[in-house]
Design a protein around this ligand. Structure first.
Ligand code: PEP
Ligand code: MG
Length: 577
């Protein structure tokens, strides 16, 4: 019998598939007091369960790749942080030791207390953070119940299923999406949850707050997620299927329309050509970039080479990886960024200082590389050698001061000399560019331009440093605003100085590929954008609708704007004109 249940759309779109039910784990909690002689073994059992949960998260992280790994990584970090929270763990130990709670009962009591704190918050975003606690504690409870890391949840799903669940953690969602899940329906959750953010970025339709959905369904029943209307239809009828087909047809048409833009030039409405480059870190990104007609690789992140193994990659291993990228791009320029590791990025290489008090302001990017000259030298040699297979540029991350650029250039020249002496063929000259992502570099951009051949604006970090908002801190998610007038002014300044110096400047943070930012960045004078390959077509489409002349004329007013609302209003005016 057809039934429609209302929910809140957390990620748009529609999906049809068989239900795959994940009921909340029901634990039979033993609430009888723990005998004295079992206290220590119970604490050990709890600690083991925490350890298993940490290992599961680490395993999940290893399974995720590319852009997804970056997005889900932040959420996994938040969960890992909770699993390492001394206060939480010591509180639980205290309950077992002094209150004679059993581990499961202690976890439940702590969960209820913490979730109640979040539930009472006025801000819906903060309120939804209670979900993180729920997911983490559920994971520990599950580990406690089985105490073995082997028994994976039944994650290997079949294609074409709709996940129907009480609530889903972001890591699991990312993993399931890779296994063919088409849509998600959850009983709890909110559009502000990490899972919702992830579902949107994976284009996975998602409905949350769907009461009773688990009671009325059986595994394998046909369900339709309609996030356009905000309902889930159990046992859809003919008229639902017709609606789904219509939606599918429109979505396909839009997909096809965008697909026609593959390989096209990116030209604004008033005939100005812009260049779209790709950000890449995996071989698959290179293929996509070529296929979609990227002008080159604007940012090749080399971290993946270092994070995917537990020892440092050799010069030869790095050379082969870089050469393959250069050959793959077939004569188009490839910008290789030197290692950007820091304490905020997981690391099996032992390079990163593990206990920095303030990792975002710590030894990361070029700071780390300059402290480990051998490491940088090995990387530079590999990059220089790859340079004889096509145009390669070297990009230096986290530049704060010109002296860092001067040091790198000195090392590049020394490496080039050594390589030639050893009989390697390498190009005569190399372009070295600076990432502008630290406010000091943006303010001192004239000096940086004197020692760099090109610039790349790292708006992800620039935003966090200009606003003093940790980009990995979920609590501050809504304060992390790349469209803040202060950030825009910094970006405008860097672009203006680079143009004046007649040196190329590209923006390679996430906003480069966000259609919402397209008119804003055109207004600030940006002509080179570097983004995830998947974003290229939609951004090409958005940019081709921009009237560059009208937007450029708006720039002085945009830069005087004092709020994001003013900026939005000005852009609306430009759109109408
Ligand atoms: C940035 O900071 O905008 C950037 C592109 O670098 P990453 O995201 O790798 O720090
Ligand atoms: Mg950065």
């Amino acid at each position: 019998m057809r039934r429609a249940l209302a929910g809140i759309a957390a990620a748009p779109g529609m999906a049809l598939g068989r239900a795959r039910l994940e009921r909340p784990a029901r634990f039979t909690l033993d609430t009888t007091p723990l005998p004295d002689d079992q206290v220590e073994s119970e604490i050990a059992r709890l600690d083991r369960a925490f350890q298993i949960a940490r290992e599961e998260l680490a395993e999940l992280r290893r399974k995720l790749h590319g852009a997804l790994a970056r997005e889900a990584g932040e959420f996994l970090d938040a969960h890992t942080l909770l699993l390492n929270d001394r206060e939480l763990i010591e509180g639980l130990h205290g309950m077992i030791r002094k209150g004679h709670y059993r581990a499961g009962a202690a976890l439940k009591a702590q969960r209820d207390r913490l979730v109640a704190v979040f539930d009472n918050m006025d801000d819906p975003y903060l309120r939804s953070r209670g979900e993180d606690i729920d997911h983490v504690i559920a994971r520990v409870q599950a580990a406690l119940a089985r105490q073995t890391p082997q028994e994976e949840k039944k994650l290997a799903t079949r294609v074409g299923e709709i996940l129907v669940t009480d609530s889903v953690a972001p890591g699991e969602l990312a993993h399931l999406a890779g296994h063919g899940i088409r849509g998600v329906v959850s009983v709890s959750g909110s559009p502000y949850s990490h899972s919702a953010i992830l579902a949107r970025s994976m284009r996975l339709p998602m409905l949350v707050a769907v009461d009773g959905v688990l009671d009325d369904l059986r595994d394998g029943d046909l369900v339709m997620v309609d996030a356009e209307r905000g309902e889930v239809v159990l046992h859809p009828a003919a008229q639902d299927l017709a609606r789904y087909r219509n939606w599918q047809r429109d979505a396909l048409r839009e997909g096809r329309r965008l697909a026609q833009l593959a390989g096209a030039r990116t030209v604004t409405r008033d005939g100005h050509e812009l260049r779209l480059y790709a950000n890449a870190e995996m071989p698959a990104d290179i293929e996509r970039a070529r296929g979609l007609g990227a002008a080159g690789i604007g940012l090749y992140r080399t971290e993946f080479l270092f994070l995917s193994r537990d020892r440092l990659p050799t010069e030869e291993e790095q050379f082969v990886a870089y050469r393959d990228v250069v050959v793959g791009m077939d004569g188009l320029p490839v910008t290789i960024r030197t290692l950007e590791l820091g304490a905020d990025k997981a690391d099996g290489t032992g390079l990163v200082m593990s206990e920095e008090p303030n990792p975002a302001l710590g030894v990361r990017g070029i700071r780390l590389s300059l402290r480990q000259p051998e490491l940088l030298r090995t990387q530079l040699r590999a990059i220089l050698r790859a340079g004889c297979y096509g145009p390669v540029r070297i990009l230096v991350p986290m530049v704060t001061d010109v002296t860092e650029m001067v040091e790198v250039r000195g090392m590049v020249e020394a490496c080039a000399r050594d390589l030639r002496t050893e009989g390697h063929e390498i190009p005569d000259q190399f372009e070295i560019g600076a990432m502008v992502e630290v406010p000091a570099a943006a303010l001192g951009v004239r000096a940086i331009l004197a020692v760099a051949e090109f610039l790349a604006i790292g708006s992800n970090d620039l935003t966090q440093y200009v606003l003093a908002v940790d980009r990995n801190n979920d609590e501050l998610g809504r304060m992390y605003q790349p469209a803040h007038p202060a950030v825009l002014r910094m970006i405008a300044r860097v672009i203006a100085y680079a143009r004046r110096a007649r040196k190329p400047v590209c923006l390679c943070g996430e906003i480069a590929g966000d259609p919402v930012f397209a008119p804003l960045l055109v207004a600030l004078g940006l002509e080179e954008f570097s983004m995830l390959p998947d974003r290229i077509l939609a951004q090409r489409d958005a940019l081709s609708r921009c009237d560059r002349k009208a937007l450029r004329a708006l720039a002085p007013r945009l830069l005087r704007a004092t709020s994001r609302d003013d900026i939005a209003a000005l852009l609306k005016v430009a759109e109408r004109e």
